[in-house]
Design a protein around this ligand. Structure first.
Ligand code: PDD
Length: 278
């Protein structure tokens, strides 16, 4: 695989980053994951807007312009013959002597790589996810897409240990989101409920597109926190992320939703999202 590191396209085994890089020592960096469908970038401008916001919240400068960033994405698609999958991009503050204050005048590190993945035609979308409830042990600025992903990784492992596919994380008796996706339930009267935007969750780019598509399809939307009890009583449920588009959920906390197969609203939104991306 050809990857990008600080201005160069190199085979992955030749890519190098300093052991003093603050991404490595402090998780001092931010990232984006953009999906590729039919060789095309999906929702790219949204990812660039969110990246700029994450960087500014951490007082970091953009390492390259948005145009350059798009050109790097396109070159990785070509170099790696990618038709379907993901491009991961990471900006870290750069290498400096280990110190808790931000160093000044340091050049940020920029790394990108691609990952082939079947996104549109995947058996998981036919089967649906089983979700476990796990305490949300993450920090208070989940709106910044930082690379400190150990807490959600631990939450997902806890879900796997219970035989589930993913966790929905719970804080103050309400669901925040999935470990790497936004969470939604559909009520018995057909309304979509998903948590409102705040520092408690990541402002999903797929979320914004899917809520727009739902509104266009005249589906009622309630943006508010919802409880584990509401999730157990839901008609259906789903998650959204660049890495899974709209993914149906068929079980939460051991309770089967509906008839235990992907629900009609999740399936419809998935089809609408994929049709628009193609
Ligand atoms: N994760 N919430 C969290 C905590 C996430 O990590 C993600 C994305 C989302 C969905 O955001 P978007 O629709 O912009 O992808 C919500 C990426 C895909 C990842 O970490 O791999």
């Amino acid at each position: 695989r050809i990857v990008y590191v600080n201005g160069e396209f190199v085979p992955e085994e030749d890519a190098k980053i300093s052991v003093f890089d603050r991404g490595f020592l402090f998780a001092d960096g931010v990232y984006e994951v953009t999906s590729i469908l039919d060789g095309k970038l999906v929702d790219f401008p949204g990812h660039m807007t969110r990246l700029a916001r994450s960087l500014s919240e951490l007082e970091m400068d953009a390492p390259v312009s948005d145009e350059e960033m798009e050109a790097i994405h396109r070159r990785l698609i070509v170099e790696n013959d990618l038709t379907e999958g993901l491009i991961y991009l990471q900006v870290t503050r750069g290498a400096a002597d280990r110190d808790f204050t931000y160093p000044v005048g340091v050049k940020p590190s920029l790394v990108l790589f691609s990952q082939a993945k079947q996104l549109a035609d995947t058996p998981m979308a036919e089967k649906g996810l089983k979700i476990a409830f796990v305490e949300d042990i993450r920090w208070g600025r989940r709106d910044i897409k930082t690379v400190q992903l150990l807490a959600p990784s631990m939450c997902k492992m806890a879900a796997k240990a219970q035989g589930c596919d993913d966790a929905w994380m719970i804080e103050d008796e309400h669901i925040t989101e999935g470990t790497s996706n936004n969470a939604y339930i559909v009520t018995k009267d057909g309304a979509i409920v998903t948590r409102n935007l705040s520092n408690s969750i990541l402002h999903g780019i797929t979320r914004a597109a899917v809520l727009r598509l739902a509104a266009e399809a005249q589906i009622r939307i309630e943006e508010r926190p919802f409880t584990p009890e509401e999730a157990r009583n839901a008609q259906e449920a789903f998650v959204t992320a660049a890495s899974s588009f709209v993914m149906p959920v068929v079980e939460v906390d051991g309770v089967t939703l509906g008839d235990g197969t992907p629900g009609p609203i999740a399936k419809r939104l998935r089809e609408l999202y994929i049709a628009e991306a193609r």
